[in-house]
Design a protein around this ligand. Structure first.
Ligand code: FAD
Length: 322
């Protein structure tokens, strides 16, 4: 038996979240006294043997360019075949769009228990118990998986990437690729900006900014920091900003190193999308705004006064460094 880790890729490069999943999977394998193996679907530009340093012994590949476009049914089929082929008893995904699409389908197909959004390593002292968030991060649950095969999707930033020594053996997995029922005709990308889901720094604006004409203070700060921009839901609902910038329970879930929230109250539905950020900075004129409870740093003040000053200070600092 082994632990199988799904390694998500984008344009041929392994995503950062997958390195967290690989490190986590390697530790789970060590706890179960077995080996951790990765799987990558599609054509890949990265050198895969190097993934051995995250604890993976083997990387299974299915190098067909059809798989460069994500298709949940096709990917689920291949993951099920791979799991049977290598006798995987624990299967790990990142809890991102792709992981959330495949893991439940695979769980049904393999009759495997699933914990989605795991926060920590399983506790093996009394079965196989995994901690996760519930109620949009307001509470925790410890979920016991009793099935023979167990599936976990790991929250971003829940487990540190751990690097050691070692190289992984790469093997091509011999599997039929089913015909996709959905045909991708074109892919439109948001160009010229830092992609929100991958950004290390995100500057976000809420209804406190009063209108789209005031967004310049958000974009100026983002530009100075090399950050992506996002917004709360009412902002995109009012068409002040495009919908792809909306973060929260019904929008994107992001986990940057730094999230700066400007004029956002911090409703639970907003926090659900950003509370995995490493450091949260809140700028709000109301000292009672709920967001301050989730913040690492807070500034009580008028965004229209505070934000331009921060931008100027960062520009000066950037200038001093060049
Ligand atoms: C089912 C459901 C799903 C939802 N999903 C989402 C979601 O995915 N994402 C999301 O964001 N919301 C979501 N919401 C909406 C959510 O409940 C809140 O209504 C929303 O997040 C509030 O947005 P906001 O903080 O921008 O606006 P507000 O709540 O109006 O807050 C504005 C804040 O700006 C501050 N402010 C005002 N002027 C200034 C100033 N000059 N300087 C500094 N601060 C100032 C105010 O003190 C206030 O705290 C959802 C709601 C429901 C019911």
């Amino acid at each position: 038996m082994s632990v199988l880790i799904f390694l998500d890729q984008s344009e041929g490069h392994i995503k950062k979240n997958s390195l967290e999943a690989a490190s986590y999977g390697a530790k789970v394998a060590e706890m179960l006294n077995t080996t951790a193996e990765g799987i990558v679907l599609g054509t890949i530009k990265d050198e895969l043997a190097g993934l051995g340093k995250y604890g993976l012994k083997k990387i299974h590949t299915v190098k067909n360019e059809v798989l460069n476009n994500f298709d949940d049914a096709v990917f689920t089929y291949i993951m099920a075949e791979a799991a049977k082929n290598i006798d995987a008893k624990v299967i790990i995904f990142s809890n991102n769009f792709n992981g959330r699409a495949i893991a439940p389908r695979l769980s049904v197909r393999l009759k495997a228990g699933l914990v989605s959004g795991a926060l920590a390593l399983p506790d093996l002292s009394n079965g196989f118990v995994v901690k996760k968030n519930v109620f949009s991060g307001k509470a925790f649950a410890n979920v016991s998986i009793k099935s023979d095969i167990k599936i976990i999707s790991l929250n971003a930033n829940a487990y540190k990437i751990t690097e050691g020594e070692g190289t992984a053996e790469t093997v091509e997995l011999n599997v039929d690729i089913p015909q996709a029922k959905v045909k991708v005709k074109e892919v439109n990308k948001v160009l010229g900006e830092v992609p929100l889901s991958e950004a290390e720094i995100v500057v976000s604006g809420g209804r406190g900014l009063k209108g789209p004409e005031n967004w310049q203070i958000v974009t100026d700060l983002a530009k100075a920091l090399g950050a992506a921009t996002s917004c709360s839901r009412p902002v995109s609902d009012s068409d002040w900003r495009p919908h792809h910038e909306h973060v929260g329970q019904t929008g994107l879930t992001i986990s940057p190193n730094l999230y700066i929230a400007i004029g956002i109250s911090g409703a639970i539905q907003h926090l659900a999308g950003v509370n995995r950020s490493k450091t949260i900075v809140v700028i709000n004129k109301d000292p009672e705004a709920p967001f301050f409870k989730a913040a690492d740093y807070g500034i009580v003040g008028d965004a229209f006064e505070v934000v331009p000053k921060i931008t100027e200070a960062i520009k000066k600092l950037n200038g001093a460094q060049h």
